[in-house]
Ligand binder design. Structure first.
Ligand code: ADP
Length: 353
């Protein structure tokens, strides 16, 4: 296994589209890093530069202390698992898993040992003689992972490996990948557009937008202290609510007249913004029935333990996730409080800290 350093990586495609701008991260041996962001933000390009499938326009890639920036993919000792599995249809599961080692003219006994060990880890021992088309989507994904495992690569790369699976299987396979990561202690770089996958899998998340890294941190750091409005809106489901608010002494005046009280600590944090407009962010789960602002209910969605209450606050949309079963009627008015608030500079969109 290996550590990984991406230093000032840039990617400009032949058509002059710059897909990645100045990407920097040091990845520790055994870390599972998830690159997350909306479609087109440069996640796959970054992963493909690490794999060697795309040239690096500028910058340096170091694997285990060695500069591999210009090294061909086959010499980088990296295994990649794709979303479409990329299995050979005419080969059995066993042959698919053994294939890369066969190409390397590995000793047949060693190949057999490695394939059987990987099959055992992945629960594929009974499927080894089947062809991919006889397997479920989840099993195919496991074969794709098995193919990576047998090579004992320095780094595992995953490109949206769960997107072709249905929701239930996605959850189960996600947990398998987590167990696999623990068991192998492998360095993994994992790309997804799904914030749930990022939160549940990552040791650290890299959140990207439009080719730029927005924040790197643990799942809790990105959830609890997002660096800017983009990260705050992308991480967390349902997404954070945002409102324009003017700082006025110990209070925030919201557009439309409602006011929200601030704790001493919050007022101190915002003291240099007195009289100015900021962006207030409130996660749906940080809203409770209280006595601060009135919300006119549009509809309720009961999820069992919680209820999503969708409504408007002075004409602005707001979603609250209340920890009880509620049946508010359309047009009903409730009063809520914000338990945890996030503040962002209106100009830069950066968090006010
Ligand atoms: P993501 O994986 O986050 O969806 P990509 O890395 O695939 O994003 O793409 C990032 C940007 O680079 C997009 O604007 C995309 O259109 C562009 N892009 C991707 N591949 C190519 C290519 N081969 N040639 C030109 N532009 C590309």
């Amino acid at each position: 296994m290996a550590s990984l350093s991406l230093k000032n990586l840039n990617k400009i495609y032949d058509n002059n589209v710059q897909a990645v701008f100045d990407f920097n991260i040091d990845i520790n041996d055994g870390e599972l890093i998830v690159l997350v962001g909306p479609s087109g933000c440069g996640k796959s390009t970054t992963l493909r530069m690490v794999a060697g499938l795309e040239d690096i326009s500028s910058g340096t890639l170091i694997i285990d202390g060695k500069d591999v920036t210009k090294m061909p993919p086959k010499d980088r000792d990296i295994a990649m698992v794709f979303q479409n599995y990329a299995l050979y249809a005419h080969m059995t599961v066993y042959e698919n898993m053994a294939f890369s080692l066969t190409l390397l003219h590995e000793n047949p006994n060693v190949i057999h040992e490695k394939v059987m060990a990987a099959a055992e880890i992945l629960g594929l021992t009974d499927q080894l003689n089947k062809k991919p088309k006889q397997l479920s989507g989840g099993q195919r994904q496991r074969v794709a992972m098995g193919r990576a495992i047998v090579r004992t690569p320095k780094v595992f790369l995953f490109d949206e490996p769960l997107s072709n699976l249905d929701a239930k299987l996605r959850g189960a396979t996600r947990r398998e990948i987590l167990l696999l990561h623990k068991r192998l202690g492998a360095t993994m770089l994992y790309v997804t557009h799904d914030q749930t996958e990022a939160l549940t899998l990552a040791d650290r998340i890299v959140c990207m937008s439009m080719g730029y890294v927005q924040q790197i941190g643990t799942p809790l750091e990105l959830y609890d202290t997002p660096a800017n409005v983009f990260v705050a809106s992308f991480i967390g489901l349902p997404p954070m609510n945002f409102f324009d608010a003017t700082v006025c002494g110990g209070k925030l005046l919201l557009d439309g007249g409602a006011s929200v009280s601030l704790s001493d600590e919050e007022a101190k944090l915002l003291s240099s913004y007195d009289g100015k407009m900021i962006t207030l962010g409130v996660r749906p789960e940080n809203i409770t029935i209280g006595d601060d602002v009135k919300v006119k209910v549009n509809n309720c969605e009961n999820l069992g333990q919680t209820t999503l209450v969708h409504g408007t606050m002075n004409g602005h949309k707001i979603t609250a996730k209340l920890r009880e079963w509620c049946n508010y009627k359309h047009g009903e008015e409730i009063t809520v409080s914000f338990n945890r608030k996030h503040f962002f500079d209106k100009e830069t969109t950066n968090a006010i800290r």
